[in-house]
Design a protein around this ligand. Structure first.
Ligand code: NAP
Length: 276
């Protein structure tokens, strides 16, 4: 008997989670398979019922269900309530329990590059769902200051109030400064755009982009040219997946193997989509 896991979301056709989890299952000789299930926004409740009825052991959750799934689960971790999103569901003694590993993905991506977030002044661009996990990670790691910039002021104002940080107007982004800058908007996804001028990046020493298609976004390309240490979005994806695998199986995933496979896969997708 094989255990079944999967990802639910829409779209999921280019999801890298099946690559990661299936490879880890094979490598650790675990009898399990991981599939990609396209679940439309209005089909979430049916999908939850299906997970229960079919005995699916765990799922990754992506757009557009990360927030809405919270109210359908039997239990969710406290962190999910603070971040307002679930990206992992595990069946535990018949109950569906929600977790969030995105924030751990952010922390471990910095750790893996030898960056200690403690005491750093951080600028975050974007106030969407992913930004919340980034903010949580930064706070948990003990940064000294966070300044938030978002195109829609009302959204950043609210988020800043909720997490007790500073928000500045989008128009002031070109005067941003600090130690680390983290790009969390969807600008640069499958395009050659950056939300910030290359000139401003010289006010920082480390840049992370959470977008990973293309792997080297315009934002990261500019940062690299300015001599910053850069961290791409695949690192966050890798480490949130590694943590998810631990929740699914209780085991450590083979990180280096998964990392290589992810980078190979993204390069293939870049070619297919003519990016990069
Ligand atoms: P979201 O909730 O829809 O938020 C989108 C954010 O992008 C908002 O801050 C939005 O600003 C901003 N934005 C969109 N278009 C813009 C534009 N033209 N100019 C300026 N700002 C713009 O999305 P999300 O879930 O946070 O995801 C954001 C990105 O992160 C996506 O590309 C996603 O693929 C990526 N991501 C990566 C990982 C990973 O593991 N590496 C994990 C999660 C997400 P407004 O508020 O003004 O609309």
């Amino acid at each position: 008997m094989y255990d079944v896991y999967g990802i639910i979301g829409d779209p999921v056709s280019h999801s890298l989670s099946p690559v990661m989890h299936n490879l880890a299952f094979r490598e650790l000789q675990i009898k399990a398979v991981y599939g990609a299930f396209r679940v439309k926004k209005e089909e979430l409740l049916q999908a939850i019922e299906a997970i229960k009825v079919l005995g699916i052991r765990g799922v990754s959750v992506t757009i557009p269900h990360k927030e809405s799934i919270i109210s359908y689960l039997d239990e969710v971790s406290e962190v999910c309530r603070v971040i307002g999103a679930v990206n992992t569901v595990v069946r535990r003694e018949g109950k569906l329990v929600g977790y969030n590993t995105d924030w751990i993905g952010v922390m471990r991506a910095f750790e893996a590059r030898g960056v200690d977030l403690k005491g750093k002044r951080v600028v975050i661009i974007g106030a969407g769902g992913a930004s919340r996990a980034v903010i949580y990670a930064c706070k948990k790691a003990g940064v000294s200051k966070i300044v938030l910039y978002n195109r829609t002021w009302e959204r950043s104002r609210k988020l800043a109030q909720e997490f007790a940080l500073e928000a500045k107007p989008w128009e002031a982004l070109d005067q941003a400064e600090g130690d680390i800058i983290i790009q969390t908007t969807s600008v640069g996804l499958k395009s050659k755009e950056s939300p910030i001028s290359s000139e401003t990046l010289k006010n920082f020493s480390i840049a992370m982009d959470i977008v990973y298609l293309p792997l080297k976004t315009k934002f990261l390309e500019d940062a690299e040219k300015r001599g910053l240490l850069t961290i791409d979005g695949l690192q966050m994806l890798l480490y949130q997946g590694v943590e998810q695998f631990k929740l699914f199986t209780g085991l450590e995933a083979p990180v280096k193997l998964l990392e290589e496979a992810l980078y190979d896969e993204v390069k293939k997708i870049e070619k297919e989509l003519k990016l990069g």
